[in-house]
Structure formats: structure tokens, C-alpha cells
Design a protein around this ligand. Structure first.
Ligand code: ADP
Ligand code: MG
Length: 685
């Protein structure tokens, strides 16, 4: 140990300090991420087994999981197919009946048991005559003075790695608890855990609870601690920003915004105006804005972003807008150029290493090369605006040498596609510019507070009027011919359609999952003479442009695409969407996809084709037939599929939790948030 190193606390001791752990076992524990005593004691059991009342063999019920116990009365391995297949079977007897435990193709299991052994088994009863369990979990009961650790109590069952047994690991935890359990101090003395146990109690009860409920309460306490730690980090960052960063004055004076609003051709909804008021307050405030704008697909976030940009430009600062895909960056570039060009503002597009000026700032048209604040500037544009006022780009904005003067506002579209780290890098390009992140993925509140806890949240809850309804239908693959007939009819009426497939090429995945390239060929024949386009992420940029342009202009009637069209693409005349292999997407993603239609006044139709799939998968998809409420769908997705879907790349910003379960811990997340604020206010953390 070098000079100045603090001595290790008991929980920081290497796990080899616990009796019974030598170098070999330590290597196995390392595979579980266990290096220290603290890691060991926070290794979360996968489940608990109530061994106070084990089921008698005679009472086991078909198809139910149960734990039982008995003595091995017979065992042996059968082989067939030249010994390539095998079955190891051992028969338990507990005096009430016999139970056949079977393992297929694991003949070495024979070495683990012998007739006369007393064993515990856990598993689902697959048959009653004879009573049988396939591949049960087992544990041999041994004599000795540690029997009370493993029997006649609620015992923990852990996720382990090969070479470690439940019994050994449980004994290790027991010994570690005896020696180090009291070392778990309350992390924040000011914290009132309320109905949850103290941390040291929780650590004991997560392993050896007195009652099943105690294990859940213990998990709650340990999860709360994880969440408080995260919230402290988030809130500290925010407080630091408030202390150190003076906001750039970007509230604007309305002169450009008034002109844009007059030329739009529609009136902002009340929801949009409300959000703009919040944004203006932020932009004119004393701390840099950090705001998340949530609004379902099609709710009109882009125009809100444009207005925020104008407030900033009116104030003499530049704006950067980052989108997750090139297609989307170009679409935004085009929209902003159309809206801002007439106002004499420059809009540039930065994708890859390439920068294109979409509209030149008014001051640069006649005089070239124009210096900043050119005297002949006819519109009287502010000095800082002489360059492109708005730069739209992909993540190239983060990487490329993009470093604008006077960056006042950073807008990030579809935030969930970016990591927190990328967001931070872009924001650091200026002198604490304001930040507006937008997302159409309705994020369940637990995740919102966890992922974006450092952002204020605005929600656009209302859709622009004049939107046609989107009807959604779930169909089996066998009805495809009828579906194509329907699409053809709509094409005949002058409508356009999206056909979405999960993969690019057939060799990319299982054969029953449709691939766009092959589907493109089929669909082209099917819908001739209507023009069909192909769009996926691996096409060269120019090709993507050409196809999107053709579709937007109506020259292409049908677009066969992967989910690259998921975000943002806006073609109001496209009113039909067919999603093949719908079962391979998450609900939230399908909801995003279907947001591509229903953008004009006409009624739209989304047809989900589910390949032969389980009832469960069908029921999941039926939710989309029933509701158009993105938030409800997102909550369901979180429950059904866990947080991965939402996290995407944003995962980099979320710590790996041991005890938190985002799908059901909303109350804890909120409690942690309040607790963290209280701790920071009182100086206790
Ligand atoms: P999203 O929130 O999904 O990004 P967009 O900003 O792309 O939605 O808006 C979808 C469409 O609705 C665009 O064509 C946009 O011009 C239009 N739109 C936005 N606000 C309104 C409104 N208040 N009234 C009518 N149409 C609107
Ligand atoms: Mg959008």
C-alpha cells in the first residue's frame, strides 16, 4: 500500500478475507462480479425458498413449481442413438410417495448423487404417473452443524456460475454476514427510511428473511439507496450548473417569431403555446435551460423547436439541432430552411464530414465573402447571425470540428437515441448554451425521472386538430392477400403506403422474418405500375435522399423500409402502413412507427401482420388496436419487456442497478428524488 492510501474499510476487503475463499474460489466469484466483501453481501438472490414447509411428494400438483425433499432410492443413466442421447434419472422417496427427477443429455449428473443421499429439489411437476420433474434444481442435504443455514428456514437461491454450489455459496454468505454484516452503516444519517428497514438489517434480510415479505422490504431499502445515490449525482450536477453557469439571455423579442407564425398556415395548439411560454421563461431566465419536451408522434414538436430557435436568434445567438439519423436531420434541415429562409436566416446541414448551406443568411447573398456584421446587411441581422444561424446535423455535430460562435441553444431531437454523454458533449461546445431535448417516446415516469432526472419536463398533451384518425388492425399472415388488395385500392385513390419489415436481408436472421430486400422485389411486382421505393439504414446517403425525396414528392407510392422510418418522417399523404412480423417489435416502437401515418386530415390505417405467434404475443399487440395513447403503451411495454427498449443508447447514463426494478419502482424513484433534495438542502450529503 502506497503512502497516503486510506486503509480499506471492512466492506472493501477482498473476498479472500472470508473464511473458505481461496484463490480458485475467488476466481469463480470474480466471474459473478464479486471482488470484495461488500460485493459479496450485495449479491442479490434470484429467489427465496421457504423450507419451513416443504411439500410432501404425494401432495405435489401437476404443472406447479414446488420444493420437496426425499432420499434417493434408485438412479441410473440410459443411453441411445450410439450414446449421443442420454437420460439420467434418480428416484426420491419421502415416505409419502416417489418422485422421478430427470436430466436429458447430462450423463455426468450421475456423479453428483448416490443412492441413500438426502436431497432437496425444486421444479415444475411435469407428470403425475409417475410423479416427475425435469431438470430440477437440487441441493444435497448433509449433516454437520450448518444444517440450520440450509433447512427449516427461508433460504436464498443465488444466480451462480459453474463450479459453485448453492450450498457452499449460502454458507459463505452466512459467514460473511456474521463477520461483516454490521459494517453496513446508514449511508446518510439524515435519511428517514420510513417503513423500510435500516440498511444493515436489509442486507441480512435480503439473504435470510424471517418472512417472504421481509425479503421484499429489504430489496426496497437497497433499491432506495441505489436510487438516492443516482439522484444525488443528478441533482448535484444540476446545482453545480446553477451555481457556475450564467444563462445567455435568449428570450428574444418576438420579431422573427411573429413572422414565422404568420406564415405557417396553421395556428399553434394551446398545448404548443403553453410549452413555448415555459421555454421562453427558461431562455430569459438566469440559469441555462435544461428541458425535456415530450409529445406523442405528430403532436408538433418541430414547430415548437423552431420557435425556441427563433427566440434565440432574435437575441443574437446561434442554434444547433441534432437528430438521430441522416434522414431526419435532412428533413429538419429542409423544414427549417423553408421556414427560416424567408426570414433571412442561414440554415446549414452537417452530416458525416460534410456541410451544406441550405439557405444563406441574408447578409451573405450579395456580398461575399461577408464578414460578421457586414454593414450592407439589408435585414439588419445581428453580428452573430452572419454565419449560418442554425446548424442541423446528426451526431456528426458532436464529433466534427463543429464549434460555433455564440451558441445559444442546443436542440436534440429524439433524445432516447442518444446517450447522456453525447448530449453533454454537445452542450459543452458553447458557454453553457440552453438545452431542449425532444422525444416522442412517451417515457414512463419511473424512467423519465431516472434517465432525465436533471431535466425539467414539458408535455404536449394535445394533437393538432385536423388530424385523421389512425385505425389499427392485427392480422395473421394468412390474410396478406386481402391486405395487399386493400393497399392496392388505397393506392388507386392516390394514397401512399409504408411497408415495414424487420430486417435488411434474408440471411440476417431467421427465415420466417421478412427482409426488406426480398420484400421489395415481391411488392414491386405486386403493386405495378405504382412505383415502389426501398429504404434502409445501409443504403448510401444519396440513395436514401433520392428515395425519400421521391416519396415526399409523391412519385414513389409505396415505401418498403426497415424501422429507419421510425422517427420523425413526415409525409401527410401516406395513410397506409403495413408492418410485417409485428411481433418482433416492442409496443412503443410500433406506436412510433404508426405515428408516420395519420399526419393529414384523411383517415389512416395501420395493419400489423403477426406471423404465427403465441397467444401472449398476440395479446400484447392487441393493445395497439385498442389505444392510441402513447403513455399507456409505454407503461405496458416497460412491464412486459423491461427498460431495455427505452434505454437504447441512453443506457450509458444509467447505472447498473442490483436491486432497482424500473418497471415497478415508481414510488421508490419519487421517494429517492425527494430524499436526495432534502439531503442536499440540509447539507447531509
Ligand atoms: P412530431 O411532434 O412528431 O415531431 P411534427 O413536428 O413533425 O411532429 O409535426 C407533424 C405535422 O404536424 C407537421 O406537418 C407539422 O407542420 C404539423 N403541425 C404542427 N403543429 C400543428 C398545428 N398546431 N396545427 C396543424 N398542424 C400542425
Ligand atoms: Mg419529430
Amino acid at each position: 500500500m502506497g503512502m497516503g492510501d486510506a486503509p480499506l474499510t471492512p466492506l472493501e476487503q477482498p473476498v479472500t478475507g472470508v473464511r473458505g475463499v481461496g484463490p480458485e474460489r475467488a476466481a469463480l466469484l470474480a466471474r459473478l462480479g464479486i471482488g470484495t466483501v461488500g460485493d459479496l453481501l450485495l449479491h442479490r438472490p434470484r429467489r427465496h425458498e421457504d423450507r419451513r414447509r416443504l411439500e410432501r411428494i404425494a401432495a405435489l400438483k401437476l404443472n406447479e413449481s414446488a420444493s420437496t425433499q426425499g432420499r434417493i432410492v434408485a438412479q441410473g443413466v440410459k443411453y441411445w442413438k450410439q450414446r449421443r442421447k442420454s437420460l439420467f434419472e434418480c428416484v426420491l422417496d419421502d415416505g409419502t410417495g416417489r418422485l422421478h427427477c430427470r436430466w436429458w443429455n447430462l450423463p455426468f449428473m450421475e456423479n453428483y448423487f448416490k443412492v441413500g443421499d438426502e436431497i432437496l429439489v425444486y421444479g415444475r411437476v411435469r407428470s403425475l404417473k409417475p410423479r416427475g420433474i425435469d431438470h430440477p434444481e437440487t441441493e444435497t442435504i448433509e449433516g454437520g452443524d450448518d444444517r440450520s443455514i440450509h433447512l427449516h428456514r427461508i433460504v436464498p437461491i443465488y444466480p451462480l456460475t459453474e463450479g459453485l454450489t448453492q450450498r457452499w455459496f449460502r454458507g459463505l454468505i452466512w459467514r460473511a454476514l456474521e463477520a461483516y454484516g454490521s459494517a453496513f452503516e446508514e449511508p446518510w444519517p439524515g435519511l428517514d427510511p420510513g417503513d423500510l428497514p435500516m440498511r444493515a438489517v436489509a442486507v441480512r434480510q435480503i439473504h435470510f428473511p424471517d418472512e417472504m415479505d421481509d425479503a421484499e422490504a429489504a430489496r426496497g431499502r437497497l433499491a432506495l439507496d441505489e436510487l438516492i445515490e443516482l439522484q444525488l449525482a443528478i441533482q448535484r450536477r444540476r446545482r453545480r450548473l446553477h451555481e457556475h453557469a450564467r444563462a445567455l439571455p435568449c428570450g428574444g423579442d418576438n420579431r422573427l417569431m411573429r413572422r414565422l407564425l404568420g406564415s405557417l398556415g396553421f395556428k399553434l395548439t394551446e398545448a404548443q403555446t403553453g410549452v413555448l411560454r415555459e421555454i421562453r421563461r427558461d431562455l430569459a431566465g438566469s440559469h441555462p435551460m435544461r428541458r425535456l419536451l415530450q409529445g406523442d408522434v405528430g403532436s408538433g414538436k418541430t414547430v415548437v423547436a423552431a420557435c425556441a430557435a427563433l427566440m434565440t436568434l432574435e437575441s443574437g445567438y446561434n442554434v444547433a439541432l441534432m437528430a438521430p439519423t441522416e434522414i431526419l436531420a435532412e428533413q429538419h434541415g429542409r423544414v427549417f430552411a423553408r421556414w427560416f429562409g424567408p426570414l433571412g436566416l442561414g440554415v446549414a446541414l452537417q452530416t458525416g464530414g460534410q456541410k451544406t448551406l441550405l439557405t444563406a443568411p441574408a447578409g451573405q447573398i450579395a456580398v461575399s465573402p461577408a464578414g460578421p456584421g457586414d454593414a450592407q446587411d439589408p435585414s439588419g441581422t445581428d453580428a452573430a447571425l452572419a454565419g449560418p444561424a442554425v446548424t442541423v446535423g446528426t451526431h456528426a455535430l458532436v464529433e466534427a470540428g463543429y464549434c460555433p460562435d455564440a451558441l445559444g441553444l442546443v436542440i436534440i431531437d429524439e433524445q432516447h437515441k442518444f446517450g447522456v454523454a453525447q448530449r453533454e458533449r454537445l452542450v459543452r461546445k458553447g458557454r453553457y448554451p440552453h438545452l431542449l431535448v425532444m422525444t416522442a417516446t412517451p417515457i414512463p415516469r419511473t424512467l423519465g425521472l431516472t434517465l432525465y432526472g436533471d431535466l425539467d419536463i414539458s408535455v404536449i398533451k394535445q394533437m393538432p386538430a385536423s388530424r385523421g384518425r389512425v385505425r389499427t388492425y392485427l392480422r395473421a399472415e394468412s390474410s396478406l392477400p386481402k391486405v395487399w388488395g386493400f393497399v392496392r385500392q388505397k393506392l388507386g385513390e392516390g394514397r401512399q403506403a409504408y411497408i415495414v419489415c424487420p430486417r435488411i436481408e434474408e440471411r440476417d436472421g431467421p427465415a420466417d422474418v421478412k427482409a426488406v430486400r426480398e420484400e421489395f422485389d415481391r411488392v414491386r411486382t405486386l403493386f405495378a405500375p405504382h412505383a415502389v421505393g426501398l429504404l434502409h439504414g445501409r443504403l448510401p446517403l444519396q440513395e436514401k435522399d433520392r428515395v425519400m425525396e421521391g416519396f415526399r414528392a409523391g412519385q414513389i407510392a409505396v415505401l418498403v423500409a426497415t424501422s429507419v422510418i421510425e422517427v420523425g418522417v413526415d409525409v401527410p399523404n401516406a395513410t397506409i402502413m403495413v408492418v410485417e412480423n409485428a411481433e418482433s417489435y416492442g409496443l412503443a416502437q410500433l406506436h412510433q412507427l404508426r405515428g408516420r401515418i395519420g399526419r393529414g386530415p384523411a383517415e389512416s390505417h395501420c395493419i400489423l401482420i403477426a406471423a404465427a405467434c403465441k397467444d401472449e404475443a398476440r395479446r400484447r399487440l392487441e393493445a395497439l388496436e385498442e389505444t392510441n395513447d402513447g403513455f399507456r403503451i409505454a407503461e405496458m411495454d416497460l412491464l412486459l419487456r423491461g427498460p431495455g427498449e427505452f434505454l437504447g443508447q441512453a443506457q450509458s447514463g444509467v447505472p447498473r442497478f442490483r436491486f432497482v426494478e424500473l418497471a415497478r419502482d415508481l414510488a421508490l424513484v419519487e421517494r429517492a428524488r425527494t430524499a436526495a433534495a432534502g439531503l442536499l438542502d440540509s447539507g447531509a450529503a
